[in-house]
Design a binder for this molecule. Sequence first.
Ligand code: BES
Ligand code: MN
Ligand code: ZN
Length: 482
Amino acid sequence: MKITFAESLPADLRATVLPVGEGALPDTLPATVRDGAKASRFAGKAGQLFDGFAEVDGTVQQIVLLGTGKGDASSLERAGAVLSAKYLTSGKKALGMDLSATGIDASGAAALLLGARLRAWRIDTYRTTLKDEQKPSLTEIVVTGAPAGSEAAWDDAAAVATGVEFTRELVSEPANTIYPETFVERCKARLEGSGVEITVLTVDDMARLGMGALLGVGQGSIDRPARIIAMQWKGGGDEAPVAFVGKGVTFDSGGISIKPAAGMEEMKWDMGGAGAVAGTMLALAKRKAKANVVGICGLTENMPDGNAQRPGDIVKSMSGQTIEVINTDAEGRLVLCDALTWVQQTFKPAKIVDLATLTGAILISLGKEHAGLFSNNDELSEALTAAGKSVGEKLWRFPLAPEYDKLLDSQIADMKNVGPRFGGSITAAQFLQRFIQNDTPWAHLDVAGMVWADKPGATWDKGATGYGVRLLDRFVRDTLKG
Ligand code: BES
Ligand code: MN
Ligand code: ZN
């Protein structure tokens, strides 16, 4: 979706969107529109929309009233999203939007447009039989009467939107298209020339580093070898970076502890954490964030095979700690533990935030409204929670405690990779904590309920939501002043 700003709307558009606050129907509307809006109970509530027509100077004009509610960022975003959802496949190619009489400020304008852009994203790569009337038609919104500073505010928001869209693309693509090597290729292609420095570790590199836990997961995928990608954005002088670490299991069959067939296709998005990290790095680079951030993705498949790791195998992690693999389907933590050790040794980060579609149990606890937050640090937790709240990517904190940690003790190795059935999301987090050195502020976000949607939401359609990008971007703005 292209967003442009103009002094006045091109005469041939013939469709003008007028944002209207709650109870603020303008007196200047043509009578047909005003009466029609009233008759259909349009009250300017966030997300309400009234499609009116009026004859203006001898031509019929379409006038769309778009409710913006109380005019706060989330109402404006929602309004923009409703607009896109309604007109995306309407046959209309462009819409005008007149902000002149709305009182919306520059950041409000950006929120409205961000909602419109995010909701318009979809992936049609694999559809070959779409009828013309099913194809997206709306490609442009021309804005007039925008307050001073709107273009700059939009450029900034558009950078974030680009990141969210990249994440959605990675998450939506099937596992025969996106696997560790192609995930890396797409990151390289998208980040080329952005100023982000990329380092890639191959299986040989990881073997030399002693990453037995991550490599054990990838052992059943000879033809789709594991990778780690590190993406460094140095926008903030010589401060220690913040590290974002993503679980990138490009397909999780469960391995030898194989998953049931029903719903297994969903495990193509078991790289949603890594996807969010990649999208965030793109967003930060696009908006030239004044912050030092390194994004790391641990990438592998988890497949059954003659070479695959077996339940009961013992692997040695890069940290030196040994792990008894009770269940090969608890693979995310095995990938993350080596990625976490490597990031600490290599980049000496001041803080670490990992994102992972780690447990089904988090869906049982929180459903699809909050991601789970686990942390050794209150300040970091509060900053992440606040960031999530302000962009509508909510977090809910869970406890960590030695009693939970103990549940991972193994009879034969330093730890097992699973605890008992109850508290499964917490023991998964406890496992990760065993790899955090010197109490470095660390937070783990279990995003298993958030990266994929079965129904359209505030600013997304069914499918990949892009969850995490806006949250991390906001966190960088708030805490690193970047
Ligand atoms: N990727 C899954 C978690 C998951 C489940 C994400 C459903 C999204 C939707 C993870 O690797 C997994 O299989 N976890 C197991 C852990 C168990 C074996 C301790 C689970 O949650 O069942
Ligand atoms: Mn699994
Ligand atoms: Zn998994």
